[in-house]
Write a protein of this length. Structure first.
Lengths: 216, 216
DNA sequence: GGAAGTATAGGGGAAAACCCTCATTTTCTA
DNA sequence: TAGAAAATGAGGGTTTTCCCCTATACTTCC
């Protein structure tokens, strides 16, 4: 029986490409594609799938949340995470939530095949680069003593508005004028944002906003 | 005779995927792939190519520079730009430099085929989203009167070091300590960076740094 | 029908970023 | 090897961000 694969990535050109690569292979069959996080769980309820290739950085509902939900509903599901970013918080977080592997988008096709096979068999696969990241993460782990989180906050509607304007280079003053609220209110939102995404300053805020696709 | 295609993208999984899609098609043949900007021109000198699928956001030497060089050496070369970002400055700039089309990575395979065919025939193709962006750009154009640039700077070695640390949330003070230079020197570099990428503040700097892959 | 969460807003202060001008040394490169 | 570009640094100022604290009105959810 073929290994049945679901591809979940919001870039359809990428998803189509992977599909095309995989369908050339023996014993593998791409049976579905999802272009956003929300449609994955409904799909799984109607179709038999062996392994999900899951983009970590999905818009709306991100890959980590999706992963958690999927594992909750289908504890045996094999999930191979795929991402542009080789960042420790992503890797550890999605693994905590049940993913069985993590590869980067600059992975070649042989390695991709190997990863799929490994995960399908119930084992775990990491790209070489990712392994290094994890190791580096483990090194730095328990030293500051921080509970070591580093991700998914829940941004409110208003905070997101403010965040978008920050990324567009507006100052706090200007944001207040645009949204018809006081400078102090904007400052409050900024503070919450810094705390929620756990960064020190605007630079980190903008970086995480982009990496975590907080701007849709 | 088949249309001979060169794919230039640093994410090999993506490049492989596109290759796989295209090789399924009649009359099309992917004859090469480049994973960075520097290897494109040498490749073209040794191989006959009809059309290049060029990622705008290549590391090291970006897509726009590559495009310029390629057109300088091969004025008749057909270039179809592909990007994650639907941003006006990218679109207009790469078109100025000789690209014949611009599509996003969330483009489906039918549209991709259509784009390739269109461009190969010497015509111009834009994704629907991109067309809107261009229109919006034209609207806002000649009103501030700015010479309307909006991009490619040449970041020096030291500036890049500083930039990386900024993105990693270090303050000017800390950057100075890390690089063993004075706070004032770091400020100088920050100023140059703001000017070169033409943004107002750190938020814009970080955004552009990521979008333009200034951090490799 | 409270409790939790969100949006609002203020005071006050410290730190950081931003801006301008200028000058010296080092390093590339034509 | 001379000039350009890059890296260094300073003085002195303004603006913005960040960080405490507190506090009220409104929504939403259990």
């Amino acid at each position: 029986m073929d290994t049945r694969i679901l591809i979940a990535d919001d870039h359809s050109m990428f998803a189509d490409g992977i599909e095309s690569i995989l369908n050339e292979q023996e014993g593998i069959q791409v049976v579905g594609k999802c272009y956003d996080g929300a449609s994955i769980l409904p799909y799984l309820k109607k179709n038999e799938i062996d392994i999900i290739l899951l983009d970590v950085n999905l818009p709306e509902k991100n890959g980590i949340e999706v992963c958690k939900e999927v594992i909750a509903a289908f504890p045996e599901m094999k999930i191979l995470a795929i991402s542009m970013f080789n960042q420790e918080s992503y890797v550890t977080e999605i693994l905590k939530n049940g993913a069985k592997g993590y590869i980067l988008k600059n992975t070649g096709r042989e390695e991709l095949m190997q990863a799929i096979q490994t995960v399908t068999e119930g084992n775990t696969f990491f790209s070489k680069d990712v392994t290094q990241t994890i190791m580096r993460g483990l090194m730095n782990e328990r030293k500051g003593g921080t509970p070591s989180k580093g991700f998914i906050p829940k941004i409110t509607r208003r905070e997101k508005e403010v965040l978008k304007l920050i990324v567009q280079e507006y100052t706090t003053q200007e944001i207040g004028e645009k949204l018809f609220i006081s400078l102090k209110t904007v400052e409050s939102h900024r503070s919450s944002l810094l705390a929620k995404v756990s960064v020190r300053n605007t630079a980190g805020l903008v970086r995480k906003a982009i990496e975590h696709k907080l701007l849709d």
